[in-house]
Structures are given as C-alpha cells and as structure tokens.
Design a binder for this molecule. Structure first.
Ligand code: XUL
Ligand code: CO
Length: 436
C-alpha cells in the first residue's frame, strides 16, 4: 500500500503561476542551465532524520507529525517499513539522493554488537531500495550526539572508553556507507566542544578529535572507500562552543593537524547564521581554500539563536548560494541536502512534499538567476576592474613576493597620493535586484 495515497505519482510540472496545489513551477530536472541539466547542478538530497524520524516535537511540546506508516516501536520491522516509505517519497518528489545517520535507519540496540546487527539487518533493505529506484546515497554519518553516553562528547570525551565506542560506531557507519555506494561521509561534532571550560582540557580534546579523524582516514583506505570526507561547521547548540565552530575554524583545525588533504567542508546555512556569518561568507571561505564540498541546504530564523532547520525558500539566498557553486565549477561529490524540517504546525504527510518542492523550486530559480547574473557579466567585470592595479608590474611583484618594504617605500615616496575608486555597492545590488 502506498504511504502517500494523496500523491499518486511523481509531483507534476506546472506553469509558474498555476493554481495547482502541488507542482514544480521552476524545477525541470533535465532542463539545461549553462549547458548542464538542472538535476546535475543541484544534486538534491533528502535527509532520513528529518523526513522519516522527526516527529516535530520541540523543547516545549510533543510530536505533532502524522506518520501512519510508523507504529512508533523500535522494532526492525518498523525500521524496514520506513525505508520503503522514504524511497516512495524520493521517487514521487523527484529527489535523486539521500543522506542518513546510522541510528536514523536502524534502532540502537542494548549493546554495541546488537546495534551493529540491527544496522546489518537494514543494509540489504536499503541496498535493494536504491537498486530498484536508482536513487543514490550522497553521504552517510554516525549519530555521536543523541545517546547519553555522548553527553560529554564522543571523540572529545574525557573518557577513553566513550572515544573507543564512538570509533567503533564510525567504523561501522563508514563500512555501511561504503556498502551502499555513498559518495561521501560527514563528521558533524555536535558534542565535540564544551559546556564549560572549568571541566575541559581543550588542548587534549582537540588533539583527540584529530586522532579520531586520522584513524577514520586510515580505515577509509583500508576498506577501499573512495567517497569524500566532510566536516560540518557549527558553533554551538548543543554545545556552548564546538571546535568546528565555523568554516575558518575548521580550516585552521584541519591544517593544524594535517587533515586538509582528507576533508572538505559541508556548509549549512543555519549553522552560518548561528556563527554570526552569512551563508555566502562561509561558502566563500571554504571555496577559496579549495574545500567547499557539499551544502546542507536550509535556513533559520535570523537572530533567534536556534538551529531551526527551516526549508530554504528565499530566492535571494538560493541565488547567492548557486552563484558560489557555479563559480567553483559545480559540485563534484557534494550536493544540496535538505537538512530541513517542516514547521510543527505542518504535520500532514503531504507537507513533506510541499516543503521539499518549495525548496527545490527556490533552488531551481536560484540557479537560473545565478546563471543570468553570470551571463550579464557586469558584476564580475566590476570586481575584476576594481583590482586591475594588481595586474601591473608592481602588483605582480607584490603578489609574487619579489619586492620589499624598502622598495615599496621608494615607490610610495615618489608617487602622488593614491586615488581610490568607488565601490559602487548600491549599483551592484541593484543589478542583482533586476534578476530576482
Ligand atoms: C545538526 C546537523 C546534523 C548534521 C549531520 O545541526 O546539521 O544533522 O548535518 O549530523
Ligand atoms: Co546539517
């Protein structure tokens, strides 16, 4: 029996101003933009945790989501049934990829061995679902933050036994991701930080986290997993401070511990907001280091201070994101994973469709707007012109490191007062506005 009887087949396509309730108005998977199909630019993924496992509870109230397919038990049968529902959703929503945590798909057992067995029982079911649908795994990960044993961290726990447990969990999750043909694997350190420095040895904890990641790199090699590793920056919530607090902090950490060749960044919009940055700042920092790998596509309520994981439906945001993605030549292993949940009041199963379709259409528009801004060319030309003095002999000498303060003093003493040109910010913003 279909889990979503109200959506009989794949969500239809409609004209932008059509009154059809559920339809794609802008996303056309096969339509080319800059010579590449939209689906290959956007590489959408839906995440198992929000789509299948989030009952929409909040810190003040019970779950509200209607999930008629879910009996609420922690049984393997229930877990297996959810896989079918999820893949029916992916199919009908025209989403090509998915992401999961180990504990989203299989219940935590009473022992680690039992948890491993539970996961093993789900692997053939997920494999079969992928094979028969053609859907693929964008990335897998391990949940190292929900269970009470991780209250003080996983790879940064004061207890080496907890560290070992987390290592075992990651080993297994890596193997399962490999088995499912995953294109990547994410490390998000929800508890890898501290609640108080009074009880924390930060130096040791950061070194332990680096050791942990190096061991994961070694195990990846050992099992022949070719997927991309990502680290996902987030400053706080649940911790007061997380060691992977923003893109720049992640890059510094990776460089300090010789991990930069092995990990790229998975940047999430709402995490950028919590870090006090814009999404385009975080993406630019990562891109310029050659480390922009993938995106958790969501948004938050500005100034609210919580990771509200809302669907990204603002075309100004999606256009800015796609400008940066296009500027680096597109994703390779990464994609746009909707790490997003419906609002607590949008509790009907069909709201899963409305939310994803709205996000997908917003990104389809963002992609087209970004391509139009690039074709217009005025913004890129302006930026290139703004730096043109650096293309002179003097500029090249500074950039190449072949001059000195002594020589620059000689030049500056002989030159007239430097003249600046306008930054034209409002003119540039008005150009963007024309395309929105
Ligand atoms: C939490 C978050 C995670 C990671 C994967 O804020 O974003 O869901 O994406 O663990
Ligand atoms: Co995320």
């Amino acid at each position: 029996m279909a889990a979503f009887p109200d959506v009989p087949g794949p969500v239809p396509f409609a004209e932008p101003r059509s009154r059809t309730e559920l339809a794609f108005r802008h996303y056309r998977p096969d339509e080319p933009v800059e010579g590449k199909a939209m689906r290959d630019h956007l590489r959408f993924a839906s995440c198992y945790w929000h789509t299948m496992r989030n009952g929409l509870a909040d810190p003040f109230g019970a779950p509200t989501a209607h999930m008629p397919w879910d009996d609420g038990s922690g049984s393997l049968d229930n877990a297996k049934r959810r896989v079918g529902v999820f893949f029916e959703f992916l199919e009908k929503c025209r989403i090509d990829r998915w992401c999961f945590h180990d504990r989203d798909v299989a219940p935590e057992g009473r022992t680690l061995a039992e948890s491993h067995r539970n996961l093993d029982a789900l692997v053939p079911v997920m494999k079969q679902a992928q094979a028969s649908s053609g859907k693929t795994l964008l990335w897998g990960t391990a949940c190292l933050f929900a269970h009470p044993r991780y209250a003080s961290g996983a790879a940064t726990s004061p207890s080496v036994s907890v560290f070992a447990y987390a290592a075992a969990q990651v080993k297994k999750a890596l193997e399962v991701t490999h088995e499912l043909g995953g294109e990547g694997y994410v490390f998000w350190g929800g508890r890898e930080g501290y609640l108080s420095l009074w009880n924390t040895d930060m130096r040791r904890e950061r070194e332990h986290l680096a050791r942990f990641l190096h061991m994961a790199v070694e195990h990846k090699r050992a099992i022949g997993f070719k997927g991309q590793f990502y680290i996902e920056p987030k400053p706080r919530e649940p911790s007061v401070h997380q060691y992977d607090s923003d893109a720049a902090a992640c890059l510094a950490f990776l460089r300090e511990f010789d991990l930069l060749p092995h990990l790229k960044l998975n940047i999430e919009t709402n995490h950028a907001t919590l870090a006090g940055h814009t999404m385009e700042h975080e993406l630019t920092v990562a891109r310029d280091a050659g480390a922009l790998g993938s995106i958790d596509a969501n948004t938050g309520t500005e100034h609210c201070g919580w990771d509200t994981d809302e669907f990204p439906i603002d075309i100004r945001l999606t256009s800015k994101i796609m400008l940066i993605v296009l500027s680096m030549g597109g994703f390779t292993t990464g994609g746009l994973n909707f790490d997003a949940k419906r609002r607590r009041e949008s509790f009907e199963p069909i709201d899963l469709f409305h939310s994803h379709v709205a996000g997908m259409d917003a990104f389809a528009r963002g992609l087209k707007i970004a391509a139009a801004i690039r074709a217009d060319g005025r913004i890129a030309d302006f930026v290139a012109r703004r730096y043109r003095s650096w293309d002179s002999d003097l500029g090249r000498a500074v950039e190449a490191g072949t001059t000195s303060l002594v020589e620059l003093e000689r030049i500056a003493l002989a030159a007239p007062e430097p003249q600046l040109e306008s930054g034209r910010q409002e003119w540039l913003e008005a150009i963007v506005q024309e395309y929105l």
